[in-house]
Write a new protein. Structure first.
Length: 497
């Protein structure tokens, strides 16, 4: 019996000695290489470990140095200078689950379609890591990333797990081609749903803050978004730029503030733009709202050949359309002011009033052809209840028939200026008076024109003028063809020779 006890004690001592020997060998370069080969041989991963360290002062922690892990035949998924794993009693029945996993100073490549890692952790920490995800809907590249994810239970299609809280900061991060610096994100993943409780970044030399949520169907709701002092330069046209911004399937904007923004693209620019947008939804190239609003002001708005300065606008949006409560600005040295509404059902722009003063405008060379072109699908008609224009200068330098009208005053009532997507004077009363004019090199003093339009007929037309031979005038009724421009050739009424 004593011999059996001594034998048992000897076996225990030998076993303890072997454990100590293995413990010490594993912390050598040979032991780290042997463990790397065993893990590679008995798994689908290519594993390389440069060193293993353990300290009895931090008994539950194991440190791995110069680690590289990746699927066999592919680039490494993880390359880290140091990996810290905090173990616990759970390893007794779940050896691939650790309490805490910390990755330091390396690179982490994420692919949602790649097989999930067998390793899980109550908390995953990234310290000074470079993170890239070149595939999927979120193409991401981040530098000097610090992050915490709890719990971390990766699955195929869910590199962060199905349910987890996360916090991330990065010195620089590029998401879907949009670069940002000093990024901070806090939020939660719940299957296909994503919540961003706090979002902040330096973006295009400005600052961004906001909160947002993504639903399982891919639609977004932005509760708050604030962009300050943005300086953006784009290689896209305004149409392509806006299409990229609203490229998600559906996005609802509860409140968006743009403060002192300067943006520039191909043939468009906004300078000193302040904008507030509330309660709007964009989907499939269209918008919807129950009680939305838009207000903005800018020192410069440029789109193609149109350049507005000192622009101010206030609008509300509803299922019926857009209520233009105020719109004013300066164009071609003149002042513009209008109010009215755009009706969604009829796709018509109905202006209550429109005022133009001090305009100095040279008509483009193709203005006659543009006049005959149909209007876009969203604008079937244009009407102005009250039109007034004062002290305007209009110039046409077309060689065939150049003209110039100085100090042009215009008054109009109940005008229909577009119908069935076609410009024209279709209805209403219009009076034009000028101080001086030149028509095809012929000087005219105090030209005057009065139009009364009803349906397709121009009636009670009156043209008066004074030139060096005397006064001339005419009266004429006309029924123009649809879309045809209106031109009047006055007949001489007589006067001193």
């Amino acid at each position: 019996m004593k011999l059996l006890g001594k034998l048992l004690i000897s076996l225990i001592l030998v076993l303890l000695l072997l454990i100590v020997l293995i413990y010490m060998l594993l912390q050598t370069s040979w032991g780290a290489g042997w463990l790397s080969r065993q893990l590679t041989r008995h798994s689908d991963y290519q594993v390389s470990i440069g060193g293993i360290n353990h300290s009895w002062t931090n008994f539950s922690e194991i440190q791995l140095d110069n680690v590289s892990v990746g699927k066999k035949g592919t680039l490494p998924t993880l390359v880290a200078k140091r990996v810290l794993a905090e173990l616990g009693v759970r390893q007794l029945n779940d050896p691939w689950h650790v309490n805490r996993l910390q990755l330091q100073e390396g690179t982490l490549n994420l692919d949602p379609a790649a097989p999930s890692w067998p390793l899980q952790a109550d908390t995953l920490q990234l310290n000074g890591m470079a993170v890239s995800a070149p595939h999927g809907d979120w193409r991401l590249n981040g530098q000097n990333v610090n992050a915490g994810i709890s719990p971390w239970q990766p699955q195929i299609g869910y590199p962060l797990g199905r349910q987890a809280r996360f916090q991330l900061s990065a010195r620089s991060l590029t998401l879907n081609g949009v670069p940002a610096q000093n990024v901070l994100v806090q939020g939660e993943v719940n299957n296909q749903a994503l919540t961003l409780d706090n979002l902040g970044a330096d973006l295009y030399q400005g600052e961004l803050t906001g909160t947002a949520r993504r639903a399982p169907d891919g639609s977004w709701q932005v509760d708050t978004l604030r962009l300050s002092n943005v300086r953006l330069q784009s290689e896209k046209t305004l149409h392509d730029f806006l299409r990229q911004v609203f490229s998600v399937p559906k996005i609802t904007l509860r409140r968006v503030d743009l403060i002192d923004a300067r943006m520039e693209g191909v043939n468009w620019a906004f300078n000193d733009l302040d904008l507030t947008l509330r309660d709007m939804t964009f989907q499939n190239g269209d918008w919807s709202a129950q009680d939305g609003s838009l207000s903005f002001n800018a020192s410069d708005l440029i789109n193609g050949g149109v350049h507005l300065t000192d622009t101010l606008a206030n609008m509300t949006f509803s299922p019926q359309g857009v209520e233009i409560r105020q719109f004013s600005g300066r164009w071609e040295r003149g002042l513009l002011r209008t109010s009215g509404r755009w009706l969604r059902q009829d796709r018509k722009l109905a202006l209550d009033e429109m005022m133009i003063a001090g305009l100095e405008y040279t008509l483009p060379a193709n203005w006659r052809a543009s006049w005959l072109q149909p209007l876009p699908s969203w604008l079937a008609g244009v009407s102005v209840d009250r039109l007034s224009a004062n002290r305007n200068l209009i110039i046409d330098i077309t060689p065939a028939f150049p003209f110039q009208i100085t100090a042009l005053d215009v008054t109009g009532r109940r005008l229909v200026l577009a119908r069935d997507h076609q410009w024209g004077v279709w209805s209403g009363n219009l009076t034009l008076n000028g101080s001086d004019a030149t028509f095809n090199k012929t000087d005219v003093r105090q030209p005057s024109l009065t139009l009364n339009a009803t349906g397709d007929a121009l009636s009670n037309q009156r043209v008066e003028r004074f030139h060096r031979r005397g006064a001339a005038g005419s009266h004429r009724n006309r029924q123009p063809a649809p879309g045809a421009g209106f031109y009047a050739q006055p007949q001489r009424a007589g006067g001193p020779g």
